[in-house]
Write a protein that binds this ligand. Structure first.
Ligand SMILES: [Zn+2]
Length: 641
């Protein structure tokens, strides 16, 4: 089923209602052109009422109804929220905060990732679900747990961290050297002294290597927690693929890539029908390009909001279609919502839903959902098709952590993500597909590789960049690159560290100051940064116009092997980036329908021979189509050709 037909539907928590509503939901689902329901996500306490007392009747009946109505089921394991009885009986399953205080039973995702008891309970529940529903014809996908995030600081997790550190660093001497513990008397004399970091000012926040190591450990622990359930599901149902939906960005998702069969993502851009929609849609697109690039295959849009909650500025007619088609055009094989029906009470009572508390199938939001369902049926030929961009932009979570932990680097308020977006935008403005990749991914698929603020070098990355350029690739990087190794340990010899040779430059000091540069006969204002660099082999193609370093290189290009490596010493406005990357796109022979940026707020994507032209501007835009015709696209609308 996956890859042949778009999945259209969403999270459904039928345990809140009786069968009368379930039957009505099946009728409404058909009206909405919905073919899939995701069930069981937080259902543990309704499946196992007390320890060993199971309650399968309602889920059995839901599976019957889904089958009778020709619908697909995505079945979740309920491990994102343990039942209250379990927290009471086995307190070790509850999470401990960074202040070392154990939480009470609350909210959700309140479990310890290491607890042997919780892991055993999760395996048992996964096995029961797989044995009961694994052969059910409706089942198309396992949804393992839900939205992993944050960490646990209990004794079990601390011990697991110690073992992880010991395995990675082997000896205390090596650990002390690589973490630089001679500083501020932080030397470890026994493995038992290793503990998780805590935020400023109360706890141990000063060790940059420890901070990155803890994040890295927790990402791997999260995948280990996933595999605890996945192993059982794969054993019992080897033909049913597995996913786990990504939402927050505190886990390094690249480590989950090989563990899941399909990447899935929960996307919640809050369109307000204003100038900011352009930026919000760009951020959403960036994340879709990351999700697709993780496995270089289509992904699943597991959650998005089908309507606006009361009290917010309502999404205007057509925006829902544009928002969902944006994901489809970027490689999603689904449009799945949170949620099918508004919760009766508690936290999700007024979250957007396909079916509101009025229970009607003729609301504006419902009709737009039905329209999306019908469009997905018409687009079936592109389901499962991949996108193979010429361009990759590196966004690396470990690099991000490194920057965040660089406490004295005065990076405040100038986020890494914003810097990456500023480069990505030049391609987005032209409708050029980009793979957003971590630095450890293979670069050989691309003509252009952009690595804004590549502060941290993971092992082998600098060598692979060199290889990429030598083989004819075009590489662009920026200020604040090449400062530290994987342990957040400063690289001796100065920036840009291991990239000095390929870039043919040396950075002396970084001025956090706006300046002006000459570029192609024009003067451009720069933003935030000016890196005072020396060309050591690279050609200077732009110089600074102000300050004591007036006349020093601002942008350089180094010919290296068959390729070119550019260094940009400043951050720049959108207009400059459009001009700069216009040349790069031309020079590198990037495949594009538009060599110039589309009108502000408009972007396009091509997938499987279909062209999606989307207007995220608050007003209509006149767009020249690739066939030479000119058309007007209203605010928030999509044209599919
Ligand atoms: Zn724990």
């Amino acid at each position: 089923m996956l890859g042949k037909q778009f999945l259209h539907g969403g999270d459904y928590n039928p345990e809140q209602w009786d069968e009368t509503i379930w039957i009505e939901d099946m009728r409404l689902a058909k009206l909405a052109n919905v073919n899939t329901m995701t069930i069981g996500i937080f259902s543990w306490s309704m499946l196992e009422l007390t320890e060993g007392e199971y309650n399968w009747g309602w889920m059995d009946r839901i599976f019957e109804l889904l089958n009778e109505n020709g619908m697909n089921a995505i079945l979740a394991t309920p491990s994102a929220a343990q039942p209250r009885w379990m927290s009471e009986k086995y307190p070790e399953v509850l999470r401990v905060e960074h202040n070392r205080v154990r939480q009470e039973h609350k909210v959700r995702v309140n479990y310890c990732l290491s607890s042997p008891i919780y892991r055993q309970k999760c395996r048992e529940m996964s096995r029961l679900l797989a044995e009961r529903y694994g052969k059910n014809p409706a089942l198309v996908l396992w949804h393992v747990s839900n939205e992993y995030h944050e960490d646990c600081h209990c004794d079990l997790c601390q011990q697991a961290f110690r073992e992880w550190v010991q395995e990675r660093y082997k000896t205390l001497d090596n650990l002390n050297e690589r973490w630089g513990t001679a500083f501020w008397s932080h030397r470890y004399s026994d493995w038992s002294e290793i503990r998780s970091p805590q935020p400023w000012p109360a706890g141990e926040w000063s060790m940059m290597s420890l901070g990155v190591a803890w994040k890295r450990f927790n990402s791997e622990l999260t995948v280990d927690f996933f595999n605890n359930e996945a192993k059982v599901l794969r054993e019992v149902t080897p033909n049913i693929p597995l996913t786990s939906n990504i939402h927050t960005w505190d886990v390094n998702w690249r480590v989950l890539t090989d563990a899941v069969d399909i990447v899935s993502y929960d996307s919640y851009p809050r369109f307000q029908v204003d100038d900011g929609d352009y930026e919000r849609s760009l951020h959403a697109s960036f994340k879709y390009d990351y999700m697709r690039a993780l496995k270089r295959q289509p992904f699943i849009l597991m959650e998005n909001n089908p309507s606006s909650p009361p009290g917010t500025k309502l999404r205007r007619p057509g925006y829902h279609i544009t928002k969902t088609m944006q994901a489809v055009s970027a490689g999603s094989d689904s449009v799945l919502y949170f949620q099918w029906r508004n919760g009766k009470t508690s936290n999700e009572m007024f979250h957007g839903a396909v079916v509101n508390h009025d229970g009607r199938g003729d609301t504006r939001a419902f009709k737009e959902v039905a329209k999306v369902g019908s469009m997905l049926q018409d687009l079936e030929s592109i389901c499962g098709t991949n996108i193979d961009p010429d361009v990759a932009v590196i966004y690396d979570e470990e690099n991000h952590w490194g920057i965040e932990f660089s406490t004295m680097a005065r990076w405040d308020g100038r986020s890494y993500m914003n810097q990456v977006h500023s480069h990505y935008r030049a391609f987005w403005n032209r409708g050029i597909a980009v793979d957003v990749i971590p630095s450890v991914k293979d670069f050989s698929h691309y003509k252009v590789l952009v690595a804004p603020v590549l502060y941290m070098f993971l092992p082998g990355v600098a060598e692979r960049i060199e290889e990429f350029v030598k083989n004819g690739g075009t590489f662009v990087t920026t200020f604040w690159s090449g400062y530290v190794d994987e342990d957040n340990h400063a690289i001796s010899g100065g920036a840009p560290g291991y990239m000095s040779k390929v870039l043919g430059i040396r950075s002396e000091e970084l001025d956090a100051c706006a300046n002006e540069i000459d570029f192609k006969g024009h003067t451009w204002k720069t933003e935030h940064f000016a890196d005072v660099i020396h060309a050591e082999g690279a050609e200077v193609i732009s110089t600074f116009k102000k300050e004591y370093y007036k006349g020093s290189p601002a942008i350089t290009c180094n010919s290296f092997g068959d390729g070119k490596a550019y260094y940009m010493s400043s951050s720049h406005c959108e207009e400059f980036m459009n001009v700069f990357y216009g040349d790069i796109i031309k020079e590198a022979g990037v495949d594009t329908l538009y060599s110039e940026p589309l009108p502000k707020g408009v972007t396009c994507r091509e997938r499987g021979g279909k062209l999606f032209v989307m207007n995220f501007a608050p007003e209509e835009r006149i767009v020249k189509l690739p066939n030479g015709e000119t058309t007007t696209i209203d605010a928030g609308q999509t044209l599919i050709l």
